[in-house]
Ligand binder design. Sequence first.
Ligand SMILES: [Fe+2]
Length: 261
Amino acid sequence: MTRHSEHVGMNRTGIQMSPVDSKAMQEMDPSMAGIDDGDESALAEMRNDYIANADSLGSIPLPGTLKGAVSMTVQALKGDSPQILLDKLGERLAFERTGTRLYDALITKCEVMLDGDISMTIDDLEHIRADEARHFMLISDAIESLGGDPTSQTPSADLAGVESMGLVQVLNDPRTSIAQSLHAIMTAELSDKAGWETLVALADEHDLTDMVDEFTNALNQEREHLALVQTWYEEAIGLTYGDVELDGGDIDSQQESISAE
Ligand SMILES: [Fe+2]
């Protein structure tokens, strides 16, 4: 069964659906509608007040073990900022956890909806899901090795959780198609890739060579995920692999083949 959410139907959200009313609305004197010239300074002023008086998004916890507290102090004395690394490890931990759940939701969706239109298989998705779960464990071990507590919610973990809320909603919505779900997962994979790049750089800055190696492996897997998801997404919206070559040298020949059609 193929279900296309992108079908043409009775969508009445645009003003073209009601030419008479929309013309009248656009001709209305803005003062009558209580709208001035779009000045949002009063709103900005109120927000400024909130921003100036707001607390921050929580704090990075002090290591709960003696070993952790000592190593954090030693690093801080060397001029490093171990708390930044712990905060960012917390962020990746939160995101990889969400990542596994996003793939779980996509697998469930595919069990009902997947047909032979795209090259993606449920086995592929299980494979990526296992990578995300393994990355979660890798980060958890890294936090513990630094004396941190993987169960604590760091400020960046909180941030990543809020950022990915929309993605979880998209995947869990029974109405979204596989293409729409892949679009959300592509957003997650883009963020994943950037997040691991930051972690590799941070681990390198702290001379944690083992972590640099392990994190680079994870980064390479994330790059592969992104490439796969992007390909599947493009297949799902009807592009074929050859259509999406972005190599600059091919643009001319692509244009030629388009105009020749
Ligand atoms: Fe990933």
